[in-house]
Design a protein around this ligand. Structure first.
Ligand code: MN
Ligand code: MN
Length: 466
């Protein structure tokens, strides 16, 4: 007996696990994924695109079904739009809902810069906008790069205005400045966290002063008059608006072999797209398939569009009532009997920073979808530690469906840590495990994923939900 082969475990690159011609599927999948990234720059835009693609394959708005009042049958495809920021897609199973769902839960918000309520000002004959960063960002990474602005305002009369500037090739872009190296003697001595502060994250908007303006702030007025001409909005309309600043430009292939994707927003739209692509391809599942695309994960999952809300629970109450005779107990059972892949990215091994990784228990770019039994930090603190029984089921599902997968921890035991929406679902009694794509440069304006991992993430979710 070949003891080395039979007794030891040797991880293998996902690229080497692909079957003949599957490489074409990998590349095609990632072309569509890049298109998704380019249109889904914010949680609102992602939600819109998810509904568009879902409707194309027959998902129906739950409100339309509720209006008709007719009972739903197995195989029915339903979407639930939660305030244009988080979405649930459901395909009713052959089994009644109370027997549980197979849920894949991703999030569609990403770190970014949000306009402050009163953002626009002028200083040094430049007009700028003040921002408050959203989520965990290394602020210095967001300076000197082209930025785009996407958002929603309401005029006094209630009319909604959608703003999108910087992502069309003919558009201008925006920028946060950084100090020239020549004058950075003092800045360079500062800690990284202090060298660029939150109050320095101001976005350059314009430089042409309004002619004949004598009161001062002529440049700011120049910018405001352009906004009036283009969108019919005034400074006051910004006070209660939602304006998001994100890196401008499209997702790109990375590497001579075009094996990777370089783009903003891959945490967590890489898992969100995999979830969407998987459920779109499913017909008549045994158990109800549920794809969640949540908001606010990057700031703690709070708010009525985050996973900590009753969005899912409320929806299951509605679905139980649409399925047959309603009872609250059935809702409890539906939740308790469910299984969840918490679909979020994890850290891949970074060759430049080996000191924070433990090589034998880290995930590698290109080695397939990543399972994390537990997250948290410092002694598994705050982690949902998945049960071995559930993981054993998952192992079989992956083996039966040729899913290349790996398992690892996010960094060394005492290096730090992170969490996902997993714990918010596990409290119902659901079996939950973190399962997503490993990335480099996480939370930066240009995150890196490997195309084979992106594809295997989709394959894993499809195998789990079908
Ligand atoms: Mn995430
Ligand atoms: Mn994140």
């Amino acid at each position: 007996m070949d003891k080395k082969k039979n007794l030891t475990f040797e991880p293998k690159s996902g690229w080497l696990q692909l079957k003949d011609k599957e490489i074409n599927d990998v590349m095609k999948y990632n072309e569509d994924y890049k298109k998704f990234l380019n249109v889904a720059k914010t949680e609102r835009l992602a939600a819109l695109e998810i509904i568009r693609q879902a409707e194309e394959v027959g998902f129906v708005d739950i409100n339309k079904i509720l209006e008709k009042g007719k009972k739903i049958k197995p195989g029915t495809k339903i979407f639930v739009n939660n305030k244009n920021k988080s979405i649930g897609l459901f395909i009713m199973g052959k089994q009644p809902l109370e027997n549980g769902m197979n849920i894949v839960g991703s999030h569609i918000d990403s770190p970014r810069l949000d306009f402050k309520p009163n953002p626009i000002y002028e200083d040094g004959h430049i007009s700028l906008a003040k921002t408050h960063y959203y989520g965990g960002v290394k602020k210095y990474q967001w300076t000197t790069i082209p930025l785009a602005i996407h958002g929603v305002l309401f005029k006094k009369n209630g009319e909604q205005v959608n703003v999108a500037i910087g992502d069309s090739p003919e558009d201008p872009v925006f920028c946060v400045t950084d100090l020239l190296i020549h004058l950075s003697k003092a800045q360079m001595q500062k800690k990284m966290a202090e060298a660029v502060t939150g109050e320095m994250m101001n976005v350059v908007l314009g430089n042409i002063p309004l002619k004949d303006e004598k009161e001062g702030e002529a440049v700011k007025l120049g910018v405001l008059s352009i906004l009036m001409d283009k969108y019919g909005i005034t400074e006051e309309d910004f006070l209660m608006a939602e304006i998001e600043v994100v890196p401008a430009g499209d997702a790109r292939d990375l590497g001579l072999d075009r094996s990777m994707v370089l783009s903003y927003g891959q945490d967590d739209r890489v898992c969100a797209y995999a979830t969407l692509n998987a459920i779109i391809d499913i017909e008549d599942p045994e158990f109800t398939a549920c794809a969640l695309f949540m908001d606010k994960e990057e700031i703690g999952s709070y708010g009525n569009t985050g996973m900590d809300s009753y969005f899912l629970e409320n929806t299951i109450h509605e679905l139980i009532s649409l399925e047959g005779e309603y009872s609250a107990l059935k809702v409890r059972r539906a939740m308790k009997n469910s299984k969840v892949l918490s679909a979020d990215v994890t850290a891949a091994y970074d060759p430049d920073f080996p000191e924070v990784m433990e090589k034998q228990n880290t995930c590698y770019l290109g080695f397939g979808v990543a399972v994390s039994k537990y997250g948290g930090s410092g002694g598994k603190g705050g982690s949902n530690d998945a049960n071995a029984e559930f993981l054993a089921e998952l192992r079989k599902t992956f083996a039966d469906n040729d899913v290349a997968w790996q398992i690892g921890e996010m960094g060394k035991v005492d290096a730090g840590g992170g969490g996902t929406i997993a714990y918010l679902l596990s409290r119902y009694g659901m079996e939950v495990v973190d399962c997503g794509t490993p990335v480099l440069n996480m939370h930066s304006p240009n995150e890196i994923s490997s195309k084979v991992d992106n594809y295997m993430t989709m394959k894993a979710y499809k195998a789990f939900m079908k």
